[in-house]
Design a protein. Structure first.
Length: 150
C-alpha cells in the first residue's frame, strides 16, 4: 500500500468487522477508498463519494457553525470532484485490499500536495479526538484497530 493510493476492499473485511455504518461495498468494485498511514504505522481508509452537492451543504453548515469542517473535504480525483468522508475512515491491513484503482494501467495516487495536506490535517485531528474519547464515531474504529494489531 502507498500513502494516498486509491483501493477497493475485499468483502471479507466487512464480514469480519460487521457494522451497518460501513459503506456498501458493491461486490468489491466500489466505492474506492483513499489510504492514509497514521504516525503509529496503521493504515486508514477514507471512503470517497461522488455526492459532492450533498456534502457541500454539510461542509458549509459546519464551516458556518465551527469555522471548519472536520468530517468531509472535497478534492479532485482524476479530474473529478470527490468527497473524502473523513468521519467514516477506518483502519485496515493489506490482507483486506482487493485491488488498486488504476487509470491507463497505473495505480492512481493522489499527488496534489495541498489536497494531501488538508486531508491529513483533518484525519489527524479526527483520530486524535476519537482516541481521546472526545468524539464517538458510529463505527468502533479503535476496537477494529486493536483487533488488527493482534
Amino acid at each position: 500500500m502507498v500513502q494516498f493510493g486509491l483501493y477497493s476492499i475485499k468483502d471479507q473485511f466487512f464480514q469480519d468487522f460487521k457494522s451497518p455504518y460501513f459503506p456498501y461495498n458493491k461486490f468489491e468494485n466500489r466505492p474506492y477508498f483513499c489510504s492514509v498511514k497514521d504516525a503509529s504505522g496503521i493504515w486508514w481508509m477514507i471512503p470517497l463519494s461522488t455526492q459532492v452537492d450533498t456534502y457541500q451543504k454539510k461542509i458549509q453548515a459546519d464551516e458556518k457553525k465551527y469555522g471548519m469542517c472536520l468530517y468531509y473535504h472535497i478534492g479532485l480525483i482524476a479530474g473529478y470532484k470527490r468527497v473524502f468522508l473523513i468521519g467514516s475512515m477506518f483502519p485496515i491491513t493489506e490482507k483486506y485490499i482487493k485491488k488498486e484503482y488504476t487509470m491507463a494501467g497505473t495505480h492512481y495516487v493522489v499527488k496534489n500536495a495541498k489536497l494531501i495536506k488538508e486531508v491529513q490535517k483533518r484525519a489527524k485531528k479526527y483520530l486524535s479526538l476519537v482516541e481521546h474519547g472526545k468524539m464517538k464515531p458510529s463505527i468502533d474504529v479503535i476496537k477494529i484497530r486493536n483487533a488488527l494489531r493482534k
